[in-house]
Ligand binder design. Structure first.
Ligand SMILES: [Zn+2]
Length: 245
């Protein structure tokens, strides 16, 4: 029988004229923290919950529409944005332009929402943050960060493992984490923390705050692969071995 988790709690964070829920799953002490910001990436949440059941920690997922983008209303207007672009001024402006339309009021509302999210869970004080994402077969993969790829400028180093699908990869900010995952022949990207473009994503926020960050990207539906990847993260962080009792 798979281990079960305690009931999740739901926190409502103000956004514009409404709220967005963050669902918090916790098993034992709240560390490490797993974050899921894209509500359509359910495989990553399932894998994260399996890891939590086995090893403990907390997982915080934004739960609203089941879609990647967050929609909200404000002063008669409707807006949408990518929650993994809300962690800087430049990122908020760009995601509003790209996914909706820009107004100063919408920008301010997203800035407040991002601040509330970070503060409510004290994320800037975490020793490490683990992001949970899913990819789909398409142009975005570990190869995007390799020389010649369209995101190559953001990467300090890339290791492509022929034994893995290019859609299953780690994206990390710490050279030591990169080295260890490369040793184990996973697909892994090391962010260039000095040169990475400020797109408002959590990886850039973490780099600027000096918070070690690991993003676990696996193809949608490949739950067992993502579970294995999360086990590798636990081993890396020194928390290996199931909890007793
Ligand atoms: Zn995602």
């Amino acid at each position: 029988m798979p281990p079960t988790l305690p009931d999740a709690t739901r926190i409502h964070l103000p956004l514009g004229a409404g709220t967005i829920a963050a669902t918090v799953h916790q098993n034992g002490p709240p560390r490490p923290t797993f974050l899921n910001v894209h509500d359509d990436e359910d495989t990553s949440v399932a894998a994260g919950l399996a890891n939590l059941a086995e090893f403990g920690g907390r997982l915080i997922e934004l739960t609203h529409s089941g879609e990647r983008l967050i929609r909200f209303a404000l002063a008669g207007g409707e807006y949408q944005f990518d929650p993994n672009r809300m962690f800087s001024e430049a990122g908020i402006a760009a995601t509003l332009v790209r996914h909706s339309h820009y107004t100063e009021a919408a920008h301010a509302a997203i800035r407040s929402f991002a601040a509330a999210y970070l503060e409510r869970f004290a994320l800037a004080s975490e020793p490490v943050l683990i992001a949970l994402h899913n990819t789909t077969i398409g142009p975005f993969s570990v190869a995007s960060f390799a020389p010649g790829g369209d995101l190559a400028a953001d990467a300090a180093a890339v290791h492509q493992a022929s034994r893995h699908s290019p859609f299953d990869f780690f994206y990390v900010t710490e050279p030591a984490h990169f080295a260890r995952l490369r040793e184990q022949d996973w697909n892994v990207v090391l962010q260039d923390n000095g040169r990475v473009r400020d797109d408002g994503s959590l990886s850039v926020f973490c780099a600027r705050r000096g918070i070690p960050y690991l993003n676990v990207e696996a193809e949608m539906g490949r739950r067992s692969v993502q579970i294995a990847m999360l086990r590798a993260v636990r081993e890396l962080l020194g928390g290996e071995g199931p909890r007793v009792g």
